[in-house]
Ligand binder design. Sequence first.
Ligand code: UDX
Ligand code: UDX
Ligand code: ADP
Length: 480
Amino acid sequence: MVKICCLGAGYVGGPTMAVIALKCPAIEVCVVDISVPRIAAWNSDQLPIYEPGLDEVVKQCRGRNLFFSNDIEKHVAEADIIFVSVNTPTKTRGLGAGKAADLTYWESAARMIADVAKSDKIVVEKSTVPVKTAEAIEKILAHNSKGIKFQILSNPEFLAEGTAIEDLFKPDRVLIGGRETPEGQKAVKALKDVYANWVPEDRILTTNLWSAELSKLAANAFLAQRISSVNAISALCEATGANVAEVAYAVGKDSRIGPKFLNASVGFGGSCFQKDILNLVYICECNGLPEVANYWKQVIKINDYQKSRFVNRVVSSMFNTVSGKKIAVLGFAFKKDTGDTRETAAIDVCKGLLGDKAKISIYDPQVTEEQIQRDLAMNKFDWDHPIHLQPMSPTAVKQVSVTWDAYEATKGAHGICILTEWDEFKTLDYKKIYDSMQKPAFLFDGRNVIDAEKMREIGFIVYSIGKPLDPWLKDMPAVA
Ligand code: UDX
Ligand code: UDX
Ligand code: ADP
């Protein structure tokens, strides 16, 4: 029986290993993590992450050929294939701070593998890492190997949160990069055989190590670029009276462009896009390519601009001040169907509103108050988040309340900001909400999920991203 061990039971490691276990009954899969509560949660009925369809997959395999454990060394020693799916955040200090990936977790994982391995292993890079990380890891393993042979592969994960199980069941492609030596190719084949249990052969692509690593960064940069492109156009739509939904539809009909990922929004978030682009930018700079670095940096700048533009729109339409006003925030996660808040646009929007002394009341169906408070207290790189340069003061924190009910959050509010496209926000009783609010009642739709005309009939003053402006908003001072 082939044994797989995965280091890191997070958003990537957990769902990916659960699906491998489901699709490959002949393989024993063990997911290990240094975090005791995280593993306990994976072994309970309350999984540590919310992902549609994940519960069923875990229920079917857990205890059969899928295990979650803190006994890292034992499972690493026994495994034939080791996936490394530990966190790789952006460095917060030292060389490359704010741009380069922090590989501390990766390096300590590699040293531990070298320490405990007693037989040959295939080590698979699963978390996004800068190009040439595989080479560094290979060196650590080789120099500490005591004669054991390690083959390193890059197998980047392309799943998106909220659709992770679907993406894993039917991936557009599986990418496996390896050394072009006979041993390297043998390792590539071994991993290919795992995926071949459910993925059609023509969707399993094999490349060299660097191509696989760079493809992941490039794919995320291209996706994020589409959103920044359409968001840039959304600003122009508001200025001219064009409608971004009509423009995006017309543009997307060109089969060379395609219709997906052209939804204008308050800004993209998530653990990957910004981090991977920063990575790409840093790699370009290190390789003496400042023009290329600046080209990609602009994708992040437009994203930051979109968030500050939204905040400015809120403040300027409400008579240029939100001081002491209750603003309801519907949705805090970076997209629907996940409880993940990493890099969510909601953090910057809330900080921007708090900077103007608003009182914020937040409702998100999957995000806890504890998480929201932690996110809002976090310090960011100043160049990276221009809206709010300082960490939040304790008094500002007191201006935030979190509820488990959209009606509670909006009661008595002057304005509502929709920041995540949760389906349930489409079917709220907006008449009831309107009646409970201060007048004039403002509705700022950062995801274009509500029918603006219907809301105007109820009485709301409505702002939708990239749509022709409400007469009210037109009369307000121009937004920078
Ligand atoms: C992304 C990639 O899609 C995935 O392939 C990669 O492996 C990891 O990064 P994820 O971050 O989970 O996945 O979510 P994604 O669906 O890509 O959304 C990212 C952000 O872009 C979200 O904040 C989303 O709301 C936003 N978005 C997406 C838009 O604003 N408009 C769009 O049209 C699409
Ligand atoms: C373009 C648009 O395609 C067309 O829809 C519009 O109506 C007019 O402008 P055109 O300029 O004639 O048409 O040619 P196009 O095929 O788009 O190529 C433009 C340039 O891009 C060419 O120099 C082409 O060589 C280059 N190109 C195109 C690339 O370098 N790489 C590509 O993948 C595609
Ligand atoms: P991702 O979205 O990439 O999956 P997460 O932060 O959700 O990232 O998950 C990464 C996981 O890796 C965390 O649960 C963390 O505790 C775990 N981790 C970090 N370092 C190690 C290590 N050396 N061994 C095992 N697990 C680790």
